[in-house]
Every structure is written in structure tokens, then in C-alpha cells.
Ligand binder design. Structure first.
Ligand code: ADP
Length: 430
């Protein structure tokens, strides 16, 4: 309320001036002289205030009275703002220091895509220079078509894996998170060792499976010869030889599935992108099953004519694995239904049966290799334990997910859900 006391003081001064003027016979002149004096005084104070404001950081000018109080308030605001800035700056410094010490590459990218800051690891992995590249668009400097596409699409729910075939030959995992007003934080991790190990594991499984095929073919060949005419076999050998044949055939199926799985895995990034007519695929599958399982009823329920972009053989093997499982794990007289439909903008391929079903606790682990709900079930059906692992990989390479719903004793429904917003893996209307 200092403006009120200032106004009161001016009024009092003007009144005194008017009173003195009245004493000499010129009241208005007296009041005018006081007003001019006040104006001059204020102008002088204003000039000093302006001088002080032009030199930020200086202690407040030696001004008293009303103007002194204004100056004190401004000075307090300035000091608070400086303290806040200092606090914010030290937080920013602290964060940048922790980012700088991270083993991953970190880049702060501004809303428009320009680089604001990066640590040394990011400079090494992505070939950036800091501070020279500040403000440059990151997509101009990190030259990789997949990266440009990833940034252009702006869907960062899944990390991006890219391979740089430059001097360093790096496999990188890129994770982008957005914050603030459209700025983003990019983390780049060198996963070259992990990818190499994974590749070695895949090659090993592929090679072992391949090498085992030849001796196994010889074994099954001889066993087949023995069994073709059991008259020459001692009677007590017939049953063991039949069992050996059964197990050898099972091993053959396992090797076939293992080889197929390692092939799908290696094609995951660079698979085919042909348009697969799902109706045609399902019709073909029905033909095949009518030959191999003439006693089983397969119901096709095609509600849409969408195609899927991908690999025909892979999709065929995934769907046939699901259908064969449905046949294996349900009674001979119960039907198996395969449906192809659209739901909430997604394309769903569902295989449902009215069979034995699966307990909920097993469902999250079903797609693990060789996972069995129980051993007797597996040996009775002659399964390899790899069918659903194949389905999961085929789904992943087509941008789809495998959903499993099941009720013990009532049946199961396995669905491949194809999103139609995943770029090349979308469903297309013919
Ligand atoms: P398998 O060759 O043993 O069938 P899969 O990977 O195809 O191997 O399936 C894994 C396990 O999931 C099976 O052993 C079986 O217990 C269970 N399973 C798969 N499909 C069904 C189904 N339709 N109904 C009941 N159980 C199923």
C-alpha cells in the first residue's frame, strides 16, 4: 500500500504549497510550484531507476521513499529469478553429466528434429560431432533408411534395430522417448555382440539339425527295410524295431521343424513381402487336410477378403500348425473352425476347437521351444514341441501377435492378429 501513502504525501505537499501561496495571495501558483518540484524529483528518480535496470546484476541504486520501495521489490524479484535459474541450471548440468557418463549413446533431439546435445558414445556410435552438429537434423546425419522411416512414422513403442555397414560394422538398438513439448531423447545401444551370439546359436542349431539328417535318413531307411518284411525278424525284435522307427520318425519331424524354425528366424528381418490371399491359403489347407485327415471336419469361416503382405510358405506353415494342433488335441468327431475376419481395424485369423483345452498357467509358456503341457500328451500325439514356436516367429515376422484363449475341457482358440497399421505388414483389400 505504499502508493497510498505516496499519494497522501503528495496531496499534503500540494496542500502546504497552496496554503503558503494563499498566505502570499497566490494559492494556485503555490500548488503548481510544489507539483512541478514533485515531478522533477520523480523524473530524477525514474532516470536513476532506468540507469540501474540497464545494468543487470548491480546492487540497487541508492533511492529512497516510494521509488526506493519499488526498486527493492524489483531487486528481490531479480534475485529470486537468478536463484531459480541457478537451481534449474544445476539440475540440467547434473542430468547432462549423468547422460554423458552413460554407456549408451544419448542424443537430445528438439521438436523439429535438430540435435540439441549428445554424449561421446552417441557421437561414436552414430558418427555425430558435438557441438559442431548442434541444430542439424538428426535424419541428415544418421543416414539409414530404416532410421529415417522410424523417425518419420513417429511410432516409438518398439525399439528399432539397425545395422551400420560402415567402418565400425555395428548393430544398434535405438530407443526414442518423447518428453516436454515434442522434444525427444534417443538412446543408441551397441548390440553387435548380442546379435553375433544369437546368429551363432542359430547357425549351430541349423547346422546340427542339417548334419543329423543324413545319419537319421540311413537309420529310418534300414528300419523301414526291416519292417517291410517282419518274417525275417525274430519275433521279440518286431515291437522294439517298430518303436525305434516311431522315434526315428519323430526325430526327423523335430529336425525338420528345427531347420524350418532357424530359417524363419534368419528371414525375420528380410522376409518376402508378397501379397498372400488368405482365402486361397485356407482353401489349399482344406484340400491338404481332406487328404491327410479325411475323417476330420474343418469349417472355414471367411468373413473378409483381405490379403496379408508377407511370406506364403511361412503363413501356410503357421496356420497348418495351428490346425494340426486343433485336430491333435480334440476328439475325432469334433469340428475345427478356421475363421478370417476383421475386428476393430485388425485382421484376425482364428483356429478354434472343442478339445481338451489348456490350463491358464501353461498359456504364457506354450510358445517356448519344447514346452509341453504334460509329457504324456506329447508322446501320445507325436508332437515335436516346436509348432507354436514356429507360429510365434511367423507372427513376429509379419508384425502380428499370437493370442491364445483356452478353457480346460471346453476347447481352445488360437488367433493371429495382424495390425493393419504396421507399414509393409498391413492387410490389404484385394
Ligand atoms: P506339439 O508339437 O507338442 O503340439 P506345439 O508347440 O504345437 O507342440 O504345442 C505346444 C503344446 O501346447 C502342446 O504340447 C499342447 O500341450 C499344447 N497345445 C497346443 N495346441 C493346443 C490345442 N489346440 N489344444 C490343447 N492343447 C494345445
Amino acid at each position: 500500500m505504499y502508493w497510498l501513502s505516496a499519494a497522501a504525501r503528495i496531496l499534503l505537499l500540494v496542500a502546504c504549497g497552496a496554503g503558503l501561496g494563499w498566505y502570499f495571495g497566490f494559492p494556485i501558483l503555490g500548488a503548481a510550484i510544489v507539483l512541478v518540484a514533485v515531478l522533477l524529483f520523480w523524473s530524477c528518480q525514474m532516470w536513476r531507476l532506468q540507469q540501474w535496470l540497464q545494468e543487470p546484476g548491480q546492487p540497487p541504486a541508492d533511492i529512497h521513499g516510494t521509488w526506493g520501495e519499488i526498486v527493492a521489490r524489483i531487486y528481490k524479484h531479480q534475485r529470486d529469478a537468478a536463484d531459480n535459474q541457478q537451481r534449474l541450471q544445476s539440475t540440467v548440468d547434473y542430468l547432462l553429466e549423468s547422460f554423458a557418463s552413460m554407456r549408451d549413446g544419448v542424443v537430445i533431439v528438439e521438436r523439429g528434429g535438430g540435435i540439441r546435445w549428445c554424449n561421446e558414445e552417441a557421437a561414436r556410435l552414430l558418427g555425430l560431432r558435438f557441438p559442431e552438429d548442434t541444430g542439424q537434423a538428426i535424419t541428415n546425419l544418421v543416414r539409414h533408411p530404416d532410421f529415417s522411416e522410424y523417425v518419420r512414422e513417429g511410432n516409438y513403442t518398439e525399439p528399432l534395430y539397425i545395422y551400420f555397414d560402415g567402418d565400425l560394422k555395428l548393430h544398434l538398438q535405438i530407443i526414442i522417448t518423447q518428453f516436454g513439448d515434442g522434444d525427444s531423447l534417443l538412446f543408441a545401444r551397441d548390440v553387435t555382440e548380442r546379435v553375433k551370439l544369437e546368429q551363432m546359436r542359430r547357425d549351430f542349431v541349423g547346422n546340427v539339425s542339417h548334419e543329423l539328417r543324413t545319419p537319421l535318413t540311413v537309420i529310418t531307411g534300414y528300419l523301414g527295410t526291416f519292417l517291410s518284411d517282419t518274417r525275417h525278424l525274430p519275433e521279440n525284435y518286431v515291437k522294439p524295431v517298430k518303436q525305434m522307427m516311431q522315434q526315428a520318425q519323430r526325430m526327423e519331424s523335430m529336425l525338420k521343424d528345427l531347420l524350418w524354425l532357424s530359417r524363419i528366424e534368419s528371414e525375420e528381418q528380410h522376409g518376402k513381402h508378397e501379397s498372400v490371399d488368405m482365402m486361397l491359403l485356407l482353401e489349399e489347407l482344406r484340400q491338404e487336410l481332406s487328404n491327410t485327415h479325411p475323417d476330420r471336419k474343418l469349417v472355414l469361416d471367411a468373413q473378409c477378403r483381405q490379403s496379408v503382405t508377407g511370406d506364403y510358405r511361412q503363413l501356410h506353415s503357421a496356420v497348418s500348425n495351428l490346425v494340426l494342433n486343433a485336430i491333435k488335441y480334440s476328439a475325432v468327431d469334433s469340428p475345427v473352425t478356421v475363421s478370417w475376419r476383421q475386428q476393430e481395424g485388425k485382421c484376425l485369423l482364428s483356429v478354434s476347437d472343442l478339445g481338451i483345452g489348456i490350463e491358464a498357467m501353461h498359456i504364457p509358456r506354450l510358445t517356448e521351444r519344447f514346452y509341453r503341457v504334460d509329457d504324456s500328451r506329447n508322446s501320445a500325439t507325436g508332437g515335436t514341441g516346436l509348432g507354436l514356436a514356429i507360429v510365434k516367429h511367423v507372427a513376429a515376422s509379419h508384425g502380428a501377435v499370437l493370442q491364445i484363449e483356452s478353457t480346460p475341457g471346453a476347447g481352445s482358440c488360437f488367433s493371429l492378429v495382424f495390425p493393419d497399421t504396421t507399414g509393409c505388414n498391413c492387410c490389404t483389400q484385394d
